[in-house]
Design a protein around this ligand. Structure first.
Ligand SMILES: Cc1cc2nc3c(=O)[nH]c(=O)nc-3n(C[C@H](O)[C@H](O)[C@H](O)COP(=O)(O)OP(=O)(O)OC[C@H]3O[C@@H](n4cnc5c(N)ncnc54)[C@H](O)[C@@H]3O)c2cc1C
Length: 474
């Protein structure tokens, strides 16, 4: 008997497993594939995800494997630098191969005590009042109290749950792969620059050791069952660039579409959905993995609280209430970005106009806070603007604030030195620091770093501790 079975060990499943293990939840991750993905897709970790990694003490490990770059230029690939003074101690983008980030998160989850079983596909399940019986493709049955589908865009869990996945099917498709080229780099750079003025996405980027990452629009929408061939790439390169750059010796070839869909619900009883299982959208702006990892970060402590029996009645449902609107917003901003990538004269004109508008600091800041997810404000009711937002990392007496969140517990940061977390001290840490650079007297942080309360009154604090952390221990 496990507390939680997670279907899928992608970035979302691995992150969720680690978050649950911080709270001693018995976790089993079932992964369909016997081996980690062999192809290398570079993904961008945006500011909020870097902050999450810092909050769990993972950032240094991750930075060693990625390349930092300025955070601007991501909205519809409009090349504008980020505005100055972004509200984060981690104001950059980290380019990192997806298999590496998955491996690091999986290792972290295993170090914390999660079990991961590869070559095990979830094929069915049944839930009752006490738990979920999960059936594997080979017929083996396992039992847990909760099941979370982190099994990607074609999620078996979502389909078996009968949750609708409305949205738009793919209208365009893009080929993506790694291969060698037969012409000099300068020739490629000149051609790519010329083509990118009208064709997004199009890219031939050196990847080291003579290998290039190639991204080119496909001829049409396929059934995606078969991977593309090198000839498909050559043909499309010739059609768009007038040359196939002598591409040869592919390492891997794949394709992706621009389907945009959002699950109608994130929870049915004891079964939940997170990551691509709950939402899919085209990769423009590089938000999918970030969104999934952030879902896991939102869900982990709430599910742990439910399992340990201290969760207030509605806590687990705040997962969907908070994360569904965030995904809705990401889907919308990718739809907008896709329009701006169109080669039609109307969208091109809008793109030129938006490019001009982004010279206004506020416009540029608004878009970058959206893409990097640092602009998210959950609806915790009326209160100061900071309520419901994440608190950026700040210096505190013992070092930095995020360094105090490694254990995934709540935190009261008290500048008045008068308050106490009393009977919640088994779930919430306390830090008295009158020197902390904050323009409010005290903040209560949830384990995901969002501000759950602001004030200086003990009774008001106790009410909010009850709201988020349940009944006091004594
Ligand atoms: C070209 C491209 C570029 C991208 N670039 C970025 C980027 O820069 N930044 C970004 O944030 N995102 C990017 N993304 C999106 C990102 O790759 C996905 O959003 C991310 O992989 C979703 O993670 P996940 O864990 O939710 O799902 P997945 O990564 O799909 O993982 C799901 C896992 O579940 C397993 N599984 C499936 N079915 C079962 C089953 N029945 N039982 C058990 N296991 C199962 C799968 O094998 C897989 O390991 C990009 C996507 C593409 C296509």
């Amino acid at each position: 008997m496990f507390d939680v079975i997670i279907a899928g060990c992608g970035p979302t499943g691995a992150m969720l497993a680690a978050e649950l293990r911080l709270h001693d939840v018995r976790v089993l991750v079932l992964e369909k594939e016997t081996e980690p993905a062999s192809f290398v897709r570079i993904v961008g970790l945006h500011i909020r995800s870097l902050e999450l990694m810092a909050m769990r003490g993972l950032l240094d490990r991750i930075l060693q494997h990625g390349r930092q770059r300025p955070p601007g230029g991501f909205f519809a690939a409009i090349p504008k630098p980020a505005p100055k003074g972004l509200d984060s101690a981690y104001a950059y983008l980290l380019g990192i191969p997806q298999p590496v980030i998955v491996r690091l998160l999986e290792e972290h989850a295993i170090e914390l005590g999660a079990q991961v079983r590869r070559g095990c596909a979830v094929a069915g399940f049944e839930q009752d009042d006490e738990g979920v019986t999960v059936e594997l493709a080979d017929g083996e049955q396992l039992r847990s109290r909760y099941l979370v589908g982190c099994d990607g865009g074609r999620s078996t869990v979502r389909k078996l749950l009968g949750v609708g996945f409305p949205g738009e099917p793919s209208r365009t498709e893009t080929l993506m792969g790694e291969m060698e080229v037969g012409v000099p780099q300068e020739e490629i750079t000149a051609k790519v620059t010329e083509i990118r003025e009208t064709h997004q996405p199009f890219c031939l980027r050196p990847f080291g050791e003579g290998v290039y990452s190639v991204v080119v629009p496909a001829a049409g929408v396929s059934d995606r069952a078969k991977p593309p061939t090198l000839e498909d790439f050559k043909q499309q390169l010739r059609t768009i660039a007038g040359t196939d750059f002598g591409v040869h010796s592919p390492r891997w070839l794949s394709r992706f579409g621009d389907a945009t869909r959002l699950a109608e619900r994130y929870r049915v009883g004891r079964v939940l959905l997170a990551g691509d299982a709950a939402h899919i959208h085209p990769p423009t702006g590089g938000q999918g993995l970030n969104l999934g990892v952030q879902d896991a970060f939102n869900l982990g402590w709430k599910l742990a609280a439910q399992i340990h029996g201290w969760a207030p009645e509605t806590l687990l449902d705040t997962y969907e209430a908070e994360r569904h609107p965030v995904a809705e917003d990401v889907l919308d901003n990718t739809r907008a970005q896709m329009e701006l990538h169109s080669t039609e004269p109307g969208p091109q004109a809008v793109r030129r106009l938006l490019t001009e508008l982004m010279d206004f600091d506020e416009v540029n800041r608004y878009l970058i806070e959206k893409i990097t997810a640092i602009g998210i404000r959950y609806d915790f009711g009326e209160g100061p603007d900071l309520l419901g937002r994440r608190l950026h990392d700040i210096d505190v007496k013992q070092g930095n604030l995020y360094g105090l969140l490694h254990r995934g517990r709540g935190l009261l940061l008290d500048r008045t030195e008068r308050l106490t977390v009393g009977g919640w001290s088994d779930r919430v840490d306390y830090l008295a620091d009158p020197t902390a650079v904050l323009d409010v007297p005290c903040v209560l942080l949830r384990p995901d770093g969002h501000v759950a309360w602001i004030g200086d009154d003990q009774q008001d604090l106790d009410d909010h501790l009850s709201r988020w952390f349940g009944k006091p221990a004594n």
